[in-house]
Write a protein that binds this ligand. Sequence first.
Ligand code: ADP
Ligand code: ZN
Length: 295
Amino acid sequence: MPLFGAVEAGGTKFVCAVGTGPHDLRPVTRFPTTTPEETLARVVAFFREQPEPVAAVGVGSFGPVDPNPASPTYGFVTSTPKPGWRNADVRGPIAAALGVPVGFDTDVNAAALGEYRWGAAAGLDTFVYLTVGTGIGGGGMLAGRLMHGMIHPEMGHMRIPHDRQADPYAGFCPYHGDCLEGLAAGPALERRWGRKAAELPPDHPAWALEAEYLALGLMNLVCTLSPQRIILGGGVMGQAHLFPLVRARVQALLNGYVEAPAILEDIDQYIVPPGLGERAGVLGAIALAEEAARG
Ligand code: ADP
Ligand code: ZN
């Protein structure tokens, strides 16, 4: 069985690994995201140091990215506000240095593919993977294909109702202020309540509000994409008590209109954490590599 390389390219840190799947994931290394040159050189060095060469590499990247293989800027990070990374070629330098096929997609599509191969989306063909962390990002599959389109979905930036009387916090999205990400990603919790999200106790009012915003976003996804399951990952979802709150609010907001047993009866199996846990991203990159190797 050929060995594959995985790169989880985050705005804060990069994670690299080699392996073939969940039961065979070898050295994982992490380093901070500095300049593209320095960071990508560390990626290349990591794979060169492995005792066995990789047959292909998969990269799941922070974005926005260009995921279109026919485009001259395929594999670039595009309009990011992250200093130094605007229009940075992430895929090209790795492919050129290693001389192997390099699959590339958004971090959330990579995680979605990992969940499809080995996790909570196995056997499904239409599902969403949403991460709630430093930002909110969403990807997934529609009829068995990873979601792309014009560019790729930007689920975190959908607009949701914001009652400024109940929640005067203006939101932190530099583009939209109070889009879903602006209101409900980790930094919104920290700025609204003045303490780290991880330190807000489960009975703090922050969580009911957080569940409400996430449920509004999920309701929109249910109504637009009709996913067979929604997987919620990311640091904020480390608060396991959020899941029952979000499920209950999604049911209440849909108000019986979407008459699917998945919503009405089995919502515990419908809105779920990643089956691969924190390894979804890196295993998804392995799955991207596997696809790239197939050509
Ligand atoms: P990233 O989005 O950068 O890939 P994460 O998914 O870990 O990384 O998300 C980081 C964000 O999640 C931060 O805003 C942090 O405050 C928040 N976070 C991390 N752990 C927890 C936790 N246990 N509970 C609530 N929020 C958390
Ligand atoms: Zn936004």
